[in-house]
Design a protein around this ligand. Structure first.
Ligand code: AMP
Ligand code: MG
Length: 430
């Protein structure tokens, strides 16, 4: 991690740097590095929804967050109906050949049959038609011969065969979806089916993204030799979009405290939360952490996670700021592991856990006790393979990967074939 850099001494006085040690990346002894789970527990305890509530039409609800439990206005199906095209009667039907007089008329979906069907009689009925009075069982049309005003088929047939019970899917008054739910396409079908035309949802969480660093140039322009392109901003904006928030591009600022202060001031008036990248450590040019520190609401998070650097978390004009590492790999991992659940809480989605599963490893790796590790990875032929390099500057590895392998905090020796936890991007909701 960065520590405050000393004033540069003159060349003559410069001490010869000691050689790097093999354990130069080992965690400092005696320093408390917070385990990932402890950090997450803190977020979970302390954050709450900051978004308002609005009522919207069902047609606008995809991807929105439910502000309250949704109760079925009516049952699905609302009435008992036929699951097939066939002939309805009062079941059960006994063994052997069954012959029944066929009534005139038919029951079709949307067109009720007004009469009752006397016991021992049958009526033509189509899929989805409400069962007329006297009908609780339906025989498949392919199993029936119709002749001289009668139907005949081979029994037996159980009572209620091929019939759907009223409310067998959902009963009126049931809670069908819970507060905090992110509405999916299937949810729209369920909501519509039980008669919900409008619903209370959270206003979208507006999340600003601000890149920091003198070295950053805008993609598409001819950058000078001392510049790199701002890779974090498009990535973070897209991650937020996928997570269901409203991303707001706050641009980039150089390593200049006044400009950064102005950007945070103006950003805080436009958004509910801010993700910054870069400048979050404690070096000379780490202005995000310095400014948040000045504002008096900064926490330096030294979390036992790889890849990751200290995160600067704080409030700016009351808006939470997540000061992410500049390194794109660390920025993405820290966003998925820490910012995602935090933002979900702010957005009223409740706590979200990454959904992973165990897959046999296609690799061997030893890790030391002390920090959780995330490897860019993907599954091929039923085995999970990591990206060839763990270098945290390798953006190509993020793009190559289809998810992350999560290795637990303790020491571990993974051998090929050992089960490891793999979290596909979809398991992070992206
Ligand atoms: P910092 O956290 O500011 O010390 O930056 C760590 C590393 O990430 C440096 O190599 C930066 O040049 C790089 N970096 C910072 N911001 C970005 C960005 N927006 N896109 C790509 N690389 C970045
Ligand atoms: Mg920087």
């Amino acid at each position: 991690m960065s520590s405050p850099k000393p004033e540069k001494p003159s060349t003559a006085a410069m001490p010869v740097p000691p050689p790097l040690r093999n354990d130069c990346f080992a965690l400092p002894a005696g320093v408390h590095w917070t385990p990932v789970d402890e950090a997450l527990d803190l977020l979970r305890e302390r954050l709450h929804p900051v978004c308002g509530v609005e009522t919207i039409d069902l047609s606008q609800a995809l991807g929105r967050v439910l502000a309250e439990d949704v109760i079925a206005a009516r049952s699905n199906p609302p009435r008992a109906n036929s699951a097939i095209d066939g002939y309805g009667f009062a079941g059960p039907a006994g063994e052997g050949v069954q012959v029944m007089p066929l009534l005139d008329g038919r029951a079709a979906a949307g067109g009720d049959f007004s009469g009752a069907v006397p016991k021992g009689h049958a009526l033509r009925i189509l899929t989805g038609a409400a069962l007329p009075e006297g009908v609780d069982t339906v025989v498949l049309e392919e199993d029936v011969t119709v002749q001289a005003g009668h139907i005949a088929f081979h029994g037996p047939l159980k009572q209620r065969a091929n019939a759907r019970r009223a409310g067998e899917d959902v009963e009126a008054g049931d809670v069908i979806l819970q507060e905090g739910r992110h509405v999916t396409p299937a949810d729209l079908a369920l909501l519509a089916a039980v008669g919900i035309g409008a619903l209370a949802v959270r206003t979208s969480l507006r999340v600003g993204v601000l890149s920091t660093g003198d070295e950053l140039a805008e993609p598409g322009i001819d950058a000078g030799a001392g510049h790199i392109y701002d890779a974090n901003r498009p990535m973070l904006l897209a991650l937020l979009e996928r997570m269901g928030h409203s991303p707001v591009d706050l641009g980039k600022v150089g390593d200049n405290r006044d400009l950064l202060r102005a950007a945070l001031d103006s950003g805080a008036t436009r958004v509910d939360a801010i993700l910054t990248s870069g400048g979050a450590s404690a070096g000379d040019e780490d202005h995000v952490s310095a400014l948040l520190g000045e504002a008096g609401a900064m926490q330096k998070w030294r979390i036992a996670v790889k890849p990751g650097r200290p995160l600067a978390l704080g409030l700016w004009d009351g808006k939470p700021v997540f000061g992410l590492p500049g390194n794109p790999v660390a920025a993405m991992v820290c966003t998925l592991i820490f910012a995602r659940p935090a933002l979900a809480l702010l957005a009223g989605m409740g706590w979200v856990e990454p959904q992973g599963f165990e897959v046999p490893a296609a690799f061997e790796k030893r890790k030391k006790q002390g920090r959780r590790e995330y490897l860019r990875a993907r599954v091929r032929d039923g085995q999970v393979e990591p990206f060839a390099s763990e270098g945290s500057g390798r953006i190509s590895g993020l793009s190559w990967a289809e998810g992350l392998v999560e290795l637990p905090d303790g020491a571990l020796h993974v051998r090929p074939g050992d089960p490891v936890r793999y979290i596909p991007w979809a398991g992070f909701g992206i």
